[in-house]
Design a protein around this ligand. Structure first.
Ligand SMILES: C[S@@+](CC[C@H](N)C(=O)[O-])C[C@H]1O[C@@H](n2cnc3c(N)ncnc32)[C@H](O)[C@@H]1O
Length: 280
């Protein structure tokens, strides 16, 4: 069946009107948009589902259990923590910056992901006393390697001591210095064979680290960014300090990044798990 030009024009106008686009330039009636993420010639499902960050979640999508200290203790105690991780925790809790340590369930999740990925090579940016370093290294095979970056020589010495004690020092390549410079050395070597990267350092540089790690990780590998909920400050309009703004901007950037599949979880202070897309 052939369609007359007038009928086509009227249909186009009807579609434009339904889509609220009338008069805003001509939109071909049957043009199929190609999704930038999955490259399929269908409507961009990923983009269509993006809602303003501040909008209330769809009714039925708001099921979550509010955390209390008691409930949190109960949850964490359901899992055993290895004695060495317990020791690092005890040591770190006594430090003024002790809150910087990752949470047990966070490191446990990383260990699970690393094992599922059969990861051989990992990166960590921000070692501190070595809690996540040891947790990640424990989950790697005996011939695996974790490149662990830390700028503070004193705290790195502490972390190395715990790695020795945990029996994982042979898997950890501790690199002292500014991570922005040191990680770039790997990028400049053309490396792209890492399975996993965990970014947990100075917040204003997280985006630069993300870009570096995305180059270093293979397709199908993960880049995990810590502190994306920033103790709730990301939704507090009164908080507009540089770190909070940087974290909000990075979250928005990750949300729009077609190179990854993004999963954000309220684990610890919020983690963004970015799975690199592409041919593996
Ligand atoms: C939040 S702590 C890391 C916590 C650690 N991942 C854990 O779970 O215990 C952040 C660490 O990043 C380090 N850091 C901050 N800026 C850095 C930089 N430019 N290069 C390397 N390390 C940096 C800090 O010295 C600090 O030890």
């Amino acid at each position: 069946m052939t369609m007359t030009r007038t009928k086509m024009t009227m249909m186009t106008m009807r579609v434009e009107k339904m889509a609220g686009m009338a008069g805003r330039g001509r939109v071909p009636l049957f043009r199929r948009r190609v999704c930038a993420r999955c490259r399929r010639g269908v409507l961009d499902q990923h983009q269509r589902r993006r809602r303003p960050l501040s909008s209330v979640v769809r009714s039925g999508n708001d099921k979550f259990t509010e955390m209390t200290s008691d409930l949190y203790s109960y949850m964490v105690n359901l899992n055993d923590e290895s004695p060495i991780l317990g020791e690092i925790s005890d040591y770190t809790t006594g430090l003024p910056a002790g809150h910087m340590k990752s949470s047990p369930e966070q490191v446990r999740l990383f260990a699970l992901l690393l094992k599922m990925l059969r990861a051989q090579r990992a990166i960590e940016i921000g070692v501190f006393t070595g809690y996540s370093t040891v947790g990640i290294a424990q989950a790697l095979p005996e011939d695996g390697v974790l490149y662990a970056f830390e700028r503070d020589p004193e705290i790195l010495k502490v972390a190395k001591g715990f790695c020795e004690k945990a029996g994982v020092a042979h898997k950890v390549k501790a690199i002292e210095g500014d991570a922005a410079v040191e990680v770039q050395r790997l990028v400049d070597q053309g490396r792209s064979d890492f399975d996993f990267a965990f970014i947990d350092a100075n917040k204003r540089a997280q985006k630069a680290y993300y870009e570096q790690c995305l180059k270093l990780v293979r397709p199908g590998g993960l880049v995990v960014v810590d502190n994306v909920l920033w103790y709730g400050r990301v939704v507090d309009s009164e908080r507009n300090d540089k770190n909070t703004i940087a974290i909000r901007e990075l979250n928005q950037y990750l949300r729009e990044d077609d190179r990854i599949e993004l999963t954000v979880l309220p684990v610890g202070d919020g983690i963004a798990i970015c799975r690199k897309l592409g041919e593996s």
